[in-house]
Design a binder for this molecule. Structure first.
Ligand code: F6P
Length: 367
């Protein structure tokens, strides 16, 4: 069918490549269909508040290389469980999904493109079940989405973390220090693992392999005894000790986002290591630097391909699907199949095997 009017929103945490997708969806809808394109602002929040903007080829000019999202985003605006602060600081939760559906109807959208991670796509799919025709476009730096080889934003984050490791290497070696780098990824270790390998880390700690601090200390000690009194440790924010749990900055209950804020494991580990070793230990927390800035070439290409494929899928009436990379193709995956599954690093991953084969310590005795 020919698309007359489509909408697009970006939900959840931002990442590099969102604007590449917005540009591709807009250009494909305009060029292939002569369609009008409505940008829903601030994720699903825009469907509740009615905040929108017009997108066309002029508005999306020059945004391919731009980080962030020109539409704005939020992970606080789930219309099914809309969270607002009461005056006394408590949080009230209400179901405003009918309002969101009504906004889509009033806008007269043939399709709503929902760009987001697992949580955002799930909300989009629930709206579809209430009559909103939607197509999902997967994004997240965490790369933890089922059904796709990679999400856009991930490779950029890996490159940023790798660059950081390169810099920590030179200063760490000069000062004979143990340098820890804490990276994002929530409960998945993809960023830490890929960037750690790319950046020549000596120790990589990921949530999927609970660490034993004795193995971490042993690796550092052996390196020092062997004449290398510096060690690079890559640690995922969700890393856990054997029998322990992830370290959080803030609990889910007090956050409008409704999920805990992870972080702090780098400094925690530094404290443990300092007790055992007579070397200086320093921690760098990379934080949102991984999410900001210009997308790498891979993410620009992936974002463009996904955007164009999403418009094609909408014209074919393939609602309720997400577009996904199954190298070398872009395929359609029913969102129902994702079922809230978080794709973590499998224990049998060849990435882990390669890392341990070349002597990288993963916080455990060598396999
Ligand atoms: O899911 C993307 C991500 O960047 C995670 O890696 C990280 O734990 C989280 O979002 C941080 O979220 P926020 O910006 O809301 O603190």
């Amino acid at each position: 069918m020919t698309l007359k009017r489509v909408g697009i929103l970006t939900g959840g945490g931002d990442c590099s490549g969102l604007n590449a997708v917005i540009r591709a969806v807009t250009r494909a809808a305009v060029i292939q269909h002569g369609a009008q394109v409505v940008g829903i602002q601030n994720g699903f929040d825009g469907l509740v508040t009615g905040r929108t903007m017009t997108l066309d080829t002029a508005v999306t000019r020059d945004i391919l290389t731009l980080g962030g999202t020109i539409l704005g985003t939020t992970n606080k605006g789930n219309p099914f469980a809309y969270r607002e602060l009461n005056e006394d600081g408590t949080i009230r939760v209400s179901d405003l999904s009918d309002k969101a559906v009504q906004t889509v109807r009033e806008l007269g959208l043939d399709c709503l493109f929902v760009v987001g991670g697992e949580g955002t796509l799930e909300i989009g799919y629930k709206l579809q079940q209430k009559g909103v025709p939607m197509i999902g476009i997967p994004k997240t730096i965490d790369n933890d989405l089922e059904g796709t080889d990679y999400t856009f934003g991930f490779q950029t984050a890996v490159q940023v973390a790798c660059d950081a490791l390169d810099r920590l290497h030179t200063t760490g070696r000069s000062h004979h220090r143990v340098m820890l780098l804490e990276v994002m990824g929530r409960t998945a270790g993809w960023i830490a693992l890929e960037a750690g390998i790319a950046g020549g880390a000596h120790i990589i700690l990921i949530p999927e392999i609970p660490y034993d601090i004795r193995h971490v200390v042993r690796k550092i000690t052996l390196r020092a005894q062997g004449g290398s009194p510096f060690t690079i440790v890559m640690v995922a924010e969700g890393a856990v000790a054997v029998g322990g749990s992830a370290i959080t900055q803030e609990a889910a209950t007090t956050r409008l986002q409704g999920v805990p804020q992870l972080g702090g494991v780098g400094n925690y580990l530094a404290g443990l290591i300092k007790q055992e070793i007579d070397l200086e230990v320093r921690t760098t927390v990379l934080g949102h630097i991984q999410r900001g800035g210009s997308p790498c070439a891979f993410d620009r290409v992936l974002g463009t391909r996904l955007g164009a494929a999403a418009v094609k899928a909408a014209a074919e009436g393939k609602f309720g699907h997400m577009v996904a990379l199954r190298t070398p193709d872009i395929v359609l995956v029913p969102i129902a199949e994702l079922a809230g599954v978080v794709r973590t690093v499998p224990p049998t991953s060849q990435l882990i095997e390669a890392a341990e084969a070349i002597g990288i310590n993963m916080g455990r005795a060598r396999m």
